[in-house]
Design a binder for this molecule. Structure first.
Ligand code: ADQ
Length: 487
């Protein structure tokens, strides 16, 4: 894991933007879990874009992170206030854990968060399962989180709530502390009013969020959709990205998240040899890479069908190309996710059975979370990254791929990923158009070195410029403006 140097210019800028205030970060999943093992209790950092982005900031700036304690030894290591200092080997900030019952996990997390909000906000109405008991539990768990936040907050602390699991927290905190400084970042898409309005609890969700001082989204179109929902759903005036309430204003801003580009570039140097060996090990000239959580929004099935079409249409690439697809297990207790896994397993088996030859397997599929080293090796080795979500708030994998490569590499990116608004030098595709994606793969493999370099250089520059430090600094600066104006 990266060593944190809190005096680097990136962190100094962030500290400046925080203005010396302490951060109270609130998210559903925590940055570390404690699990029982035969060797005793082990502390592990959790995988995911949010944790990679925010753990270094907390390590550098200190503060409190409030999150669900989901590890089986999480409450063995905490004090009477459910707090533990982290990271375990070199403690730098406090993690406050919220204890949830099995029923709450089932109804608030698997139920309301993942079977109501996630499908509605990702435009999958057929997957929505509306149940009042899910909503009731969502409210209760948001209350638990708000209580945890209030216990930890001191005057002048900045409370930063993350994502759709906790949309009611700003209001619940504000009700108890009207002077609280609260920000919210929404990591998934925000749909049009026509979709959002189907949600029976739409007013409660909007009102929950509107107790924040600033609300951030990844793209301008999500901002536009959100503001329209506020206007239509609550009949509140909106002016140039500002929501005007009788007693205060709320700023709504597009601030796209980035990755630690410099760190990816540096770390990737240690995997150069391994990346070269991977081509030999897979007996292939070209590697195409997919890295996704196993979620229906990520379009893994569509990707497999497009790769199959590519193999059908362009037999000259047989024995020259391998698709390496990793899928992180996620939400495995939800029936739909289990069915999707089965369908993907069968499709990979069918395509491989149809095309493979001695010494060449066209799809290498790994259903597991992989180590950072392995991930870097794949990024480094891949000639093409094939990232084709059906819809995605941002998609950090696209940025991580570009950040890791330093010698070109082609990005095929779904036009429905938030990242496509920025990274438009990628080959943009409609993931539902199987033939177009198949052709994009061919074009990527045959692209001239000049065109590759031209596109790559711009993508790299954008990824470097709008990195995770830029995201944080920009967001904190906008947040502070809120208070400067109201003084
Ligand atoms: P996610 O839906 O989780 O995040 P994404 O942005 O792609 O999606 O981030 C996934 C993270 O997990 C990446 O950092 C990636 O490296 C890692 N990862 C994926 N597969 C892995 C594997 N097999 N092994 C190890 N690591 C793996 C949500 C939204 C996104 C938004 C982010 C951040 O859905 O749209 O970009 O939040 O705001």
């Amino acid at each position: 894991m990266k060593e944190i140097h809190s005096d680097t210019p990136g962190f100094q800028k962030i500290k400046g933007a925080l203005g010396g205030n302490r951060l109270v970060l609130v998210s559903n999943r925590g940055p570390y879990t404690h699990e029982k093992s035969r060797r005793g209790i082990i502390c592990e950092r959790t995988v995911g874009g949010l944790v990679s982005a925010l753990d270094p900031v907390m390590q550098s700036c200190g503060g409190v992170w409030v999150a669900w304690g989901s590890g089986n030894a999480d409450f063995v290591v905490t004090d009477s206030q459910n707090r533990v200092r982290v990271p375990c080997e070199d403690t730098r900030y406090t993690l406050k854990r919220i204890r949830l019952s099995e029923r709450e996990i089932s109804r608030y997390y698997y139920g309301f968060s993942n079977r109501v909000l996630w499908p509605i906000f990702h435009l999958f109405p057929e997957k929505v399962c509306l149940k009042t008991e899910y909503w009731n539990s969502y409210q209760k768990v948001n209350e638990k989180f708000a209580k945890g936040v209030l216990e930890e907050t001191k005057p002048n602390d900045l409370i930063w709530v993350q994502d759709y699991h906790l949309s009611l927290v700003p209001r619940l905190v504000r009700d108890e502390n009207k002077d609280a400084k609260i920000a919210f970042f929404w990591h998934i898409p925000w749909p049009h009013w026509d979709t959002f309005s189907n949600l029976p609890w739409r007013e409660e969700i909007l009102n929950g969020l509107l107790s924040s001082d600033i609300i951030g989204f990844h793209t301008e179109s999500y901002v536009k959709n959100f503001l329209e929902c506020v206007k239509k759903g609550l009949d509140i005036p909106v002016d140039n990205g500002i929501i005007n309430l009788p007693d205060r204003q709320i700023r709504v801003k597009a601030v796209p998240i980035g990755v630690d580009c410099e760190q990816f570039t540096q770390l990737s140097r240690s995997v150069i040899l391994r990346a070269a060996r991977l081509h030999r090990r897979l007996h292939t000239k070209y590697i195409i890479l997919g890295v996704d959580r196993l979620d229906y929004t990520k379009g893994i099935m569509n990707k497999l069908m497009a790769f199959e079409r590519f193999l059908e249409k362009y037999p000259e690439f047989h024995e020259k190309v391998v698709l390496v697809q990793t899928a992180t297990p996620t939400r495995t207790k939800v029936e739909e996710y289990r069915e999707m896994k089965k369908e993907i397993d069968e499709t990979v088996g069918r395509i491989n059975g149809r095309f493979q030859r001695i010494g060449w397997v066209p799809i290498r599929y790994f259903y597991r979370t992989i180590s950072q080293d392995r991930l870097l090796t794949y990024y480094k080795a891949a000639d093409v990254a094939l990232i084709t979500p059906l819809i995605d708030g941002m998609n950090l994998v696209a940025k991580e791929y570009i950040a890791t490569k330093d010698n070109g590499g082609v990005l095929i990116l779904s036009e429905f990923a938030g990242a496509a608004e920025e990274l438009n030098e990628a080959i943009l595709v409609n993931p539902h158009d199987t033939d177009a994606v198949a052709d994009a793969i061919k074009n990527a493999l045959e692209m001239s070195s000049e065109e590759k370099k031209q596109r790559f250089d711009v993508l790299k520059e954008k990824t470097r410029e709008h990195d995770v430090y830029w995201w944080l600094e920009r967001f904190f600066t906008e947040w502070r403006k809120t208070y400067e104006k109201s003084v």
